[in-house]
Ligand binder design. Structure first.
Ligand code: FAD
Ligand code: NAI
Length: 475
């Protein structure tokens, strides 16, 4: 007899393990299946986010930022740092240990919440009495059954046609996070989130970085004013970003990679690099799920088709996170996981897609929530805008980082906040205030009337809210 559960979750990334924990909290017997292996072949739950995404990238961003500060900014504080060297192997080992702490933490949480963890690949075997049979292929093979199945199998890096990842010269996010030595010349294709974050890491460590972007605009999803400010900062740092290019033949040779491309002026360029990172988006992952066995519907991109509640075409089968529509973000996956567990329990789980924050962890950081100015214009919404530069913020001056600004967009009539956009120091943390405000449908004046600690970067948020009504106090 196969083991029977109330809920089986396939995938142990942020969408899956959080769904499993929430379902267990709600009193269900839950299994979570994840196939990710650590270097020793053991379980490494946490998915892309923990193993080759959010967490390791932020570890490397932190290490490389320390290096950059020691080399270029300590002197401003009167600190002499001579012979500053980067031990790349040690940096990577530290990153690996941060990842492991997170893997172990998730295993602990699953155990604490009495979720049964299976290490292996889960695939549909077929329908079982009112539910589904899932095969688990790990060290051994077994079948488990459940009435409710949550699929959270994530996504994989998209490769350029004809240029497979070898993770030696042509790197996906996986290889980009374990380069053994600083490449002299690094090329990246795609100046999206990964391109900018990974490009920043290796530039800070001394690589000559060129990012090739197909679109003529920089960070098209970001508010134009904010994107322009960020681009100015990246240009100043020497992060070379070429927009409007057409990538042609790529030769992966013994000594490195040659990228042939046409630039925006139509000139043919040959770019030689030691390594190439391809960061042109990600594709939903349903490999090995055996969706055909049960007739699970996929769309033309390979994503699992779901409705607004994450229900698939099959009764009792749900899907969350990167494998379905919507932004590919860990916190979006988590919110969907929680909402689905609650819906299974008959509750009214809810995800507000209008208040999902975005953060790009470069320096300056870029963060936003809600609509951009260009979107409001396109939608014909009457709005008021207010901005406040970090240049006029005392804490930013004390930190020695006055790049960027906070920008509020509010409804012209009701003053309701429609979007908040930031570029500057630690805005990854500042954006939460804007998310909370928008969740509570606050007006710009609500934020302007709240007491913010002095001196803090958050005062820039208050001042930008005041700016909506043209009454900043410090600018
Ligand atoms: P995943 O995290 O991909 O997890 C899916 C899991 O399912 C994996 O462990 C996989 O092995 C397992 N699996 C797949 N198929 C099966 C199967 N058949 N059986 C068993 N197990 C299976 N997002 C942010 O919000 N902030 C960031 O800072 C951020 N940084 C990122 C940096 C990089 C370099 C990358 C690549 C991504 C980053 N992301 C970030 C995106 C984030 O990682 C994803 O949105 C998030 O991991 C999606 O979660 P998920 O649970 O849907 O899928
Ligand atoms: P992306 O969608 O952010 O950016 C891809 C870029 O590549 C786009 O600008 C696109 O125009 C460009 N592009 C596509 N095809 C191209 C081609 N053939 N030639 C040149 N340019 C081309 O995707 P990315 O950076 O790969 O990241 C994937 C996803 O992972 C992100 O969308 C995000 O959801 C998630 N992520 C989130 C992070 C965060 O929250 N801080 C960090 C890293 C990734």
């Amino acid at each position: 007899m196969s083991k029977q559960f109330d809920v089986v979750v396939i995938g142990g990334g942020p969408g899956g393990y959080i769904a499993a924990i929430r379902a267990a909290q709600l009193g269900f017997q839950v299994a979570c299946i994840d196939e990710w292996k650590n270097a020793a072949g053991g379980p490494a739950p946490g998915g892309t986010c923990t193993n080759v995404g959010c967490i390791p990238s932020k570890a490397l961003l932190q290490s490389s930022e320390h290096f950059e500060h020691a080399n270029h900014h300590f002197a401003d504080h009167g600190i002499t740092a001579k012979d500053v060297k980067m031990d790349v192997a040690k940096m990577i080992a530290r990153k690996d240990s941060v990842v492991k702490q997170n893997n172990d933490g998730i295993l602990y949480l699953l155990k604490k919440n009495k979720v049964t963890f299976f290490h292996g690949r889960g695939s549909f075997a077929g329908q079982a009495e009112g539910g589904y049979t899932i095969n688990v292929a790990g060290k051994t093979e077994e079948a488990i059954t459940a009435k409710q199945v949550i699929i959270a199998t994530g996504s994989n890096a998209r490769a350029l046609p004809g240029t497979p990842f070898d993770e030696v010269n042509v790197l996906s996010n996986d290889g980009a996070l374990r380069v053994g030595a600083v490449p002299k010349k690094l090329a990246l294709i795609g100046s999206g989130v990964i391109g900018l974050e990974m490009g920043s890491v290796w530039r800070r460590l001394g690589a000559e970085v060129t990012i090739l972007e197909g679109l003529p605009t920089f960070l098209g999803a970001v508010d134009e004013q904010i994107a322009k400010e960020a681009k100015k900062a990246f240009d100043k740092q020497g992060l070379k970003i070429e927009l409007g290019v057409k990538v042609g033949e790529i030769v992966n040779g013994k000594k490195g990679v040659t990228v042939n491309y046409t630039n925006a002026k139509g000139e043919a360029i040959v770019l030689d690099a030691d390594k190439l990172i391809v960061s042109i988006g990600r594709v939903p992952n349903t490999i090995g799920l055996n969706t055909e066995a049960v007739g699970l519907q996929l769309d033309e991109r390979g994503a699992i088709v779901v409705d607004a509640d994450c229900k698939t075409n099959l009764p009792g089968v749900w899907a969350v996170g990167d494998v379905v529509r919507g932004p590919m973000l860990a916190h979006k996956a988590e919110e969907e996981g929680v909402a689905v567990a609650e819906r299974i329990a008959g509750q009214h789980g809810h995800v507000n897609f209008n208040t999902i924050p975005w953060v790009i962890y470069t320096s300056p950081e870029i963060a936003w929530v809600g609509r951009t100015e260009q979107q409001l214009k396109a939608d014909g919404v009457a709005y008021k805008a207010g901005t406040f530069p970090f240049l006029a913020n005392g804490r930013a001056r004390a930190l020695g980082d006055t790049t960027g600004m906070v920008k509020f967009l509010a409804d012209a009539t009701t003053d309701e906040i429609l979007g908040v956009h930031m570029v500057g120091p630690q805005v990854s943390e500042l954006i939460s205030e804007a998310v909370v405000a928008m969740e509570f449908r606050a007006s710009a004046e609500d934020i302007a009337r709240i007491c913010h600690a002095h001196p803090s970067l958050s005062e820039a948020t208050k001042e930008a809210a005041l700016a909506v009504d043209k009454r900043t106090l410090n600018f």
